[in-house]
Each structure stands twice: as C-alpha cells, then as structure tokens.
Design a protein around this ligand. Structure first.
Ligand code: SF4
Length: 324
C-alpha cells in the first residue's frame, strides 16, 4: 500500500467568487499540507483568503463562490471528487470546524444537551442514555463547571467563552483527526481567549488531532502552532516553522504584521501600523499583490508576480527580494 505523505494535502486550490463587479479570486492557487497531530496556523488580515481556504477544505463554499481548480487530498482521497454524502460523513467523523461566533452556530431553541447528543448520535449508533453520558463527559472535558446544569440550559444563558467551549465539545464529539478553528476567540475578551486557546491545545494533544488555526492575530500564532502559513491577496506569501517566522521573517508583509502586533513591535516610541489598505478583492493587480503597500517595491514587482520559492528547508517566500 502506498505510504501517504500527509494527512491533508491542498494542491493549487483556487476558489473564485462571481459577483456583479466581476470575478474575485479569493483563493488563488494555494498549496500546503497538514500532518497528523500538527498545529498549523494560517494568518493574514481580513480579505487575505484564509477563511475561504478553510471553508473550501470543508466543501462549504456557497454561491456565488466556487472551487474552480486544485485538489484537496485527505488521506489520499480528493475531497473535491467525493459525493456529498461521503463529504458529510468526513465532516462529521474526520474534520470538524469551529467558527468565530458560537451563538450563530448554536441553535437558540434547543438545549445544549440536545445539540451535543444530536451531534453524537448523528455519527455513532448509541442509545439516548449513552449519548447523554458522552455529552456530559465532553462538557467536563472542555472544563465547563456544573456540566449537568449546563446540559439542560439554552445557549443564550451562557457567556461567550462558555458557548465557545460548547462548540469545542460538539466539534470533539466525533473524535476528529483535524479540527479547523476559524478565529475561534476573536469575539471573546483577552483572558478568556487565552483559556480557550490553551484548552484547544491541550485537547488536540490528548486526542491526537491536528489543528488548523485561522487567525489575524500573530500573538495567538506564536503561542499555539508549530508551522505558519502567511496569506495575502488570496496567495501564500510565506510559509515556515513558527520559530523561524518570528526570528527571521523574510516577506515584507510578514515583517509588517509582526511590527504591527503590539507585543512584538520593537519601536519604542511609536506604534507601527501597516501602510496602505488591504487589497480589495476585486482589484486586479498584475505583479506582486503587496506592491501598493510595500516599502521595498521595485520595478519588477509591478510587472510580474513572484513565485513561492524555497529559501531554506521548509521556508518558502514569495518575493522578488529573495529571487535566486
Ligand atoms: Fe515588496 Fe516586491 Fe517583495 Fe512584493 S515582490 S513584497 S512588492 S519587494
């Protein structure tokens, strides 16, 4: 049997949106992988394509969007070629997703217990009694105090942090191999953010699940992940291990992101912010997508887009400054 290189391998994926303003290449030829148990972060400003990348992997892109090219190999099987029934089973049993705002993901008219037991029973043939036992175990596992009482509560009576813990419990109910977390703590206050991130990290280690963390926050990346993918304008602009990213970032956009993150910026008297505005998704730029904001831009940057090139082992950069 052929040895698989990676658990998840995304190859040259393109997801486009067809709007009145024209075609928007929200994800424009993205390739990366996630291995078993690995913690991988995708970072970028809003509009970089990071959330569309996550939704594409889950096959949850809706009109007017469409995945137009590429492969999404999960254990060697292309998720773009499987039936909707098979994809539903993969979404339930192998890959789970946690979204930014748990209140919109939870059903307001069903109790927490009902929602977790439904998730359990959708993927396992167990009695109602056994599903309830598993649901309460899961609530304990995500460290919800008074789990039995929360089991009978409705979502609106819980705090944002508790609701996100419930969402994590639901995501874990199928024992996923990969958990995709899209800005899971953005709506929460800072202390709760740290607790939820710590919980995610511990649980992924416990159950051996990989995490793909989508965030705009480099502080979260620094604490959570092993490997980082930086996206801008629908493309990967830098990819490396977390240590190298912070020690020797190479792409001007990565450097600017680090400088503009309060806890990393090195200027003593002035807070740095990235010049210019985020590339509007309908803007068509022939050369490097970052050129209008880049302080190092050269003539070639306007005319031709650089490729994502290997600098060192596992460190890839898309920038003419590093062209061999
Ligand atoms: Fe800046 Fe040019 Fe590099 Fe783009 S290719 S990031 S414009 S130096």
């Amino acid at each position: 049997m052929k040895q698989l290189d990676h658990m998840l391998e995304v190859k040259d994926m393109k997801t486009h949106f067809y709007t009145e303003k024209g075609m928007i290449p929200a994800v424009d030829g993205v390739s990366f992988h996630v291995d078993e148990g690995e913690l991988v972060g995708i970072v970028g400003e809003s509009g970089s394509g990071k959330s569309v990348t996550a939704l594409s992997i889950m096959n949850l892109i809706e009109q007017p969007g469409k995945i137009v090219d590429g492969e999404i190999l999960y254990n060697g099987e292309d998720l773009l070629q499987v039936s909707e029934k098979k994809m539903e089973s993969i979404r339930g049993n192998d890959i789970s997703m946690i979204f930014q705002e748990p209140l919109t993901s939870l059903n307001p008219v069903l109790t927490i217990g009902k929602q977790i037991t439904e998730a359990i029973r959708a993927h396992q043939k167990v009695s109602k009694k056994e599903a309830k036992k598993q649901a309460i175990d899961l609530l304990h596992r995500v460290r919800i105090p008074r789990a039995e009482s929360v089991y009978s509560s409705y979502p609106h009576v819980l705090s944002g942090g508790m609701r996100q813990r419930v969402m994590i419990a639901i995501a874990l109910s199928c024992h996923p191999k990969l958990l995709i977390a899209d800005e899971p703590t953005t709506a929460l206050d800072v202390t709760i953010q740290a607790q939820i991130m710590q919980l995610l990290k511990e649980i992924s280690k416990d159950i051996g699940a990989a995490i793909m963390l989508i965030t705009h926050d480099l502080g979260v990346i620094a604490e959570m992940v092993d490997r980082v993918i930086v996206m801008y304008g629908g493309k990967i602009v830098e990819q490396t291990d977390v240590h190298t990213l912070f020690k020797s970032p190479e792409h001007p956009y990565t450097k600017a992101l680090i400088e503009s993150t309060p806890r990393f910026h090195t200027l003593e008297d002035e807070f740095y912010s990235i010049q210019g505005s985020v590339l509007q998704t309908h803007e068509s730029i022939q050369g490097c997508k970052y050129e209008p904001r880049c302080p190092y831009a050269m003539d070639v940057c306007k005319k031709e887009e650089p490729l994502l090139e290997d600098m060192n082992e596992g460190h890839k950069v898309r920038c003419w400054l590093h062209d061999q």
